[in-house]
Design a protein around this ligand. Sequence first.
Ligand code: DX5
Ligand code: ZN
Length: 218
Amino acid sequence: TRPIVIAPSILSSDFSRLGEEVAAVDRMGADWIHLDVMDGHFVPNITFGPPIVKAIRASSAKVFDCHLMIAPCDPYIEAFADAGCDIITVHAEATTHLDRSLQAIKATGRRAGVALNPSTPESVIQYVLDRLDLVLLMTVNPGFGGQAFIPSVVDKIRRVKAMIGDRPIDIEVDGGVTPETAPLVVAAGANALVAGSAVFKGGTPEHYERNMAAIRDA
Ligand code: DX5
Ligand code: ZN
């Protein structure tokens, strides 16, 4: 079993003080920093791109876990690698040639992940397992923070866990993760927990510390 990782999504942070917010969750116990990149095309919302990632890179030495919700994704992989992302995750639904996209990530020397929407069957990763460092299972439809956890994905976590066997692949869950839902996903086999609103609620570093501890303790 792989170590439990808490990855705050800065989507729920105060964007006017992004560098400070990243430094605050780093100091208060984040393992990874989760970066939600949205293009207004693959998902109905727009966030930020490589220049912002590059700007906040100086605020934390922790793993930058980049979740690309963009289509196409291949033309931007190198730019996100150069901006300082350590893990680059593409959506299976956003690329016609998933194997090629994963090879492009590996060619940058970064860790490669694939994300699946709640309705996407886990079978799409079957023939790329040996290229993967991470599988990101969405427990909300991507695009916004603060949505309700979709419980049917818990069964998919179990199936993915069985598929990966003893390969060194992280199973990450993203969307509606709280102290209430965290135990369900960990029991099913997830080890990396993304949380946006559940970490940033309260708005001060002391809140972030308590919020992350509550998820970890759960
Ligand atoms: C949704 C993003 C998530 C989101 C999670 O499209 O991928 O990372 O920020 O937010 P919460 O934890 O509030 O559901
Ligand atoms: Zn995300």
